[in-house]
Design a protein around this ligand. Structure first.
Ligand SMILES: C[S@@+](CC[C@H](N)C(=O)[O-])C[C@H]1O[C@@H](n2cnc3c(N)ncnc32)[C@H](O)[C@@H]1O
Length: 172
């Protein structure tokens, strides 16, 4: 079911969706394995889609850690909103990750410990990607991490322009 939903959204919004299927659970575990869950107060996920990474964060986060999801696709947003509506430690926003500052202000949050991104930087417009990376960088605490995955290294130098210290892991 999740595969079909995702594929449908890819057909409607190929550039934003960026993939034909949700990520695997294996990738989700890898995405969160550098998060110090005992210390994290605020985690933001950009482009959660059907929530594969979200599920993994929820498994491991401390109860009081705030998780903020920002999703541009209305169907994905609605599903996530419904799924987490009874959990006040999860806040779901419908809109672009470019507006991350606005959403943080709404929640009275000044700093983020981790930004986890599922965004398809290879297919997003350059100015959109720039705004997202710039704003995320400004909001992260000094020791904060921006965690992302990419199917190719095409955008590595671009991302490195904002986050010079990259540690790279492969799926093998
Ligand atoms: C490649 S999918 C990844 C979905 C999920 N994280 C996964 O790995 O299965 C990209 C997601 O980013 C969302 N997205 C694209 N542009 C966005 C933006 N500017 N702001 C927020 N979400 C965005 C898409 O709607 C989609 O859900």
């Amino acid at each position: 079911m999740e595969m079909i939903t995702f594929l449908n959204e890819f057909v409607k919004f190929p550039r934003n969706t960026g993939a034909i299927a949700p990520s695997s659970n294996k990738l989700a575990r890898k995405m969160v394995d550098s998060i110090l869950f005992n210390e994290a107060k605020v985690i933001v996920e950009l482009g959660p889609g059907t929530g594969v990474f979200t599920k993994e964060i929820m498994k491991q986060k401390k109860k009081e850690t705030l998780l903020i999801l920002i999703e541009i696709n209305e169907n994905f947003y609605r599903n996530l909103q419904k799924k987490y509506e009874h959990d006040e430690t999860v806040q779901v926003f419908h809109g672009s990750a470019e507006n991350i500052r606005e959403y943080m202000t709404e929640l009275n949050i000044e700093a983020i410990d981790y930004v986890l991104s599922g965004l398809p930087f290879t297919s997003l417009p350059l100015d959109v990607s720039k705004r997202i990376l710039e704003n995320s960088k400004e909001l992260l605490v000094p020791k904060g991490k921006f965690i992302t995955f990419q199917y190719s290294l095409v955008k590595k130098a671009f991302i490195q322009g904002y986050f010079p210290s990259i540690s790279k892991k492969s799926m093998a």
